[in-house]
Write a protein that binds this ligand. Structure first.
Ligand code: SAH
Ligand code: SF4
Length: 386
């Protein structure tokens, strides 16, 4: 270790030719989180040049420490030579972003607010069920799409999350649930739903890289059958997502007529219902596509709309997920009554589609669908309003 009086010049410790990954955590060091085996090999070759075979071996070992064991301290990575561990520790980090707050709802749902190196924040939610548990991952700070019923869409600050920032959400949940090293059986955290803040297909590359890491058998080992990505309908990327990732697909449909969908999900003005359903009919997965339909009293919840929904889905292997509207302060809608939701579901089910009503989870900590908006953002706005 150098003496504290000798600050480390990162320009000289790592060869200039290498572009350093960005810091993720408050330590300001370049983060290894989010790098795949090839990315780790590039880092290793830069900090301690060796033969290609040696570098590849070390990269696989480092990958194992990061994503199978969840190690954050290079000192603990005992299969790596001490010299390499020390060299890595000079400039690189596997530290997590700061967990600013953790909340636990009465129903066991957990929500973490994560702060990244630049001070921006996102929320990640873990939803435990009897025989599985899903982590709801965010892909953007805020969302550019401003769907009229969604709290996230009202956040003024928006940026894409990097691969590291998306991957870190998975690592933080594994840390909190104490599920390192990755076990094949019996773990609480079994599924990922990309349904947090942001539109994942507007941040496709980073989301795809993080999901590839999540699916890697030698690391986080979450199967693609247990990953579902939700989109409001970025049609060109739906096809790419099917071809490259083949994860489960969920579509935020919410309306059966273009005039109403234009209002609820403004992206519909770019890719309308017919174009969207055409892309869905070509999506290559054996799993049915989930169509999400938020139940808004008097807006989209009539029997006629249920019948039209069934007509539209004809020929697409589909399941309809009815989401009771989750309120947020100042929201311009109310949730449909239980009777109305049941009547709507009955029509969809009679046509042969599974039509579960999603139980709202974690409403008391504003962790349910469409309620995410970071606490600091809420406080900021409250201060402005005061
Ligand atoms: N941006 C993506 C993924 C995140 S939203 C998308 O829109 O699909 C996850 C789901 O929650 C979407 O189906 C979204 O339409 C729904 N949702 C948003 N606000 C909601 C609210 N207030 N109540 C219930 N569901 C909501
Ligand atoms: Fe964005 Fe999805 Fe919310 Fe629409 S529903 S504003 S796409 S996060």
């Amino acid at each position: 270790m150098p003496a504290p009086t000798e600050p480390i010049d990162t320009e000289t410790t790592v060869p200039a030719a290498m572009t350093l990954p960005k810091p993720l955590a408050a330590d300001g060091k370049s983060s290894l989180i989010g790098l795949d085996v090839d990315g780790l090999a590039t880092v290793i070759a830069a900090v301690q040049p060796a033969s290609a075979t040696q570098v590849a071996l070390r990269a696989r070992q480092l990958f194992h420490w990061l994503y199978h064991r969840g190690a954050t301290d290079f000192g603990a990575m005992t299969t790596l030579p001490k010299g390499l561990r020390d060299a890595l520790a000079l400039d690189f980090s596997a530290a997590r972003p700061t967990v600013t707050t953790e909340q636990r709802a009465a129903d066991g749902t957990r929500k973490w607010l994560l702060r990244f190196a630049d001070g921006q924040e996102v929320e990640t939610v873990f939803i435990p069920e009897e025989d599985r548990g899903a982590l709801c991952v965010s892909t953007q700070v805020g969302c550019t799409l401003s769907c009229s019923f969604c709290h996230t869409g009202t956040m003024p600050l928006v940026r894409n999350l990097g691969t590291a920032e998306i991957t870190a959400q998975i690592l933080v949940a594994r840390d909190a649930l104490a599920e390192w090293p990755t076990a094949k059986e019996g773990r609480l955290f079994t599924n990922i739903v990309v349904m947090g803040m942001g539109e994942p297909l507007f941040n496709y590359d980073n989301t795809a890289a993080a999901l590839r890491l999540a699916m890697d058998e030698t690391g986080l080992a979450l199967s693609r059958r247990r990953i579902t990505l939700s989109t409001s309908g970025v049609v060109p990327r739906i096809e790419q997502c099917g071809r490259e990732l083949a994860v489960g697909l969920a579509i935020s449909l919410h309306a059966v007529r273009d005039d109403l969908r234009d209002e609820l999900v403004p992206l519909n003005k770019k890719w309308n219902i017919a174009t969207l359903l055409d892309a869905c009919s070509r999506y290559p997965t054996r799993r049915p596509i989930t169509f999400e339909y938020v139940m808004l009293a008097g807006i989209n919840d009539s029997d006629a709309e249920a019948r039209e929904l069934v007509r539209l889905l004809d020929g697409i292997p589909a399941k309809v997920n009815l989401i009771p509207f989750n309120p947020w302060p100042g929201a311009p809608y109310a949730c449909s009554s239980n009777n109305r939701i049941r009547a709507f579901a009955a029509i969809v089910e009679a046509a042969g589609y599974a039509s579960p009503v999603r139980t709202p989870r974690g409403r008391d900590i504003l962790a349910a669908c469409g309620q995410l908006k970071t606490a600091s953002e809420r406080q900021r706005r409250q201060r402005v309003a005061a």
